[in-house]
Design a protein around this ligand. Structure first.
Ligand code: CMP
Length: 166
């Protein structure tokens, strides 16, 4: 599924300012992307296997944390989808258990990571992709990957301040 975030620029910058005033989305390197390992995958014990898959495909971890979103956090993170019919299901699901949030670095990070994880709907994900191997459904689809450099910066700054990057 293509995520249309074209109207979210100003709202995203507000979010960045609210959640991580120390991280300027305009100066974040474009060779970074943001990911979450979702509650289905953490709950099924797939966290280590997914992190290994990410690292062995050339991504460097710049920041990582194990945490759980409140419903309000999930609603803010996915605000761009607030008009979608699945918004309630998505935000309840994403706040239902632990997630692992991470900023990853690699040349062409956003596009390469989306290739590595596969289609949003695991039934359509290519064999060998993370979602084909670990996801349960379109909602419980194992991992999130940013769909643009701007969204990678905004999403990373939702979780991490500049001093947490290493
Ligand atoms: P993600 O990459 O986290 O970005 C938005 C999420 O919305 C997406 O992965 C899916 O998990 C979820 N999503 C997209 N379409 C649907 C749908 N039709 N029903 C439930 N969840 C969906």
């Amino acid at each position: 599924m293509a995520c249309d975030r074209s109207n979210a620029g100003n709202e995203n910058k507000d979010l960045v300012t609210t959640f991580a005033p120390n991280l300027n989305p305009n100066t974040m390197a474009t060779n970074r992307t943001f990911t979450m390992i979702k509650p289905d995958a953490t709950g099924a014990g797939h966290t280590g296997k997914i992190i290994d898959r990410v690292i062995s495909n050339g991504f460097t971890i710049k920041a990582m944390k194990w945490t759980q979103l409140s419903l309000a956090d999930a609603q803010a993170f996915y605000a761009v989808h607030s008009e979608r019919p699945f918004y309630g299901e998505l935000t309840e699901y994403m706040s239902s258990g632990p997630i692992v949030a991470a900023i990853l670095e690699k040349d062409n990070a956003v596009a390469d990571f989306r290739e590595l994880i596969g289609a949003t709907n695991p039934a359509e994900a290519k064999p060998g992709t993370i979602r084909a191997d670990f996801a349960e459904s379109i909602a419980a689809n194992a991992v999130h990957g940013s769909d643009s450099d701007d969204n990678a910066a905004m999403e990373g700054s939702f979780y991490f301040s500049q001093r947490e990057l290493a």
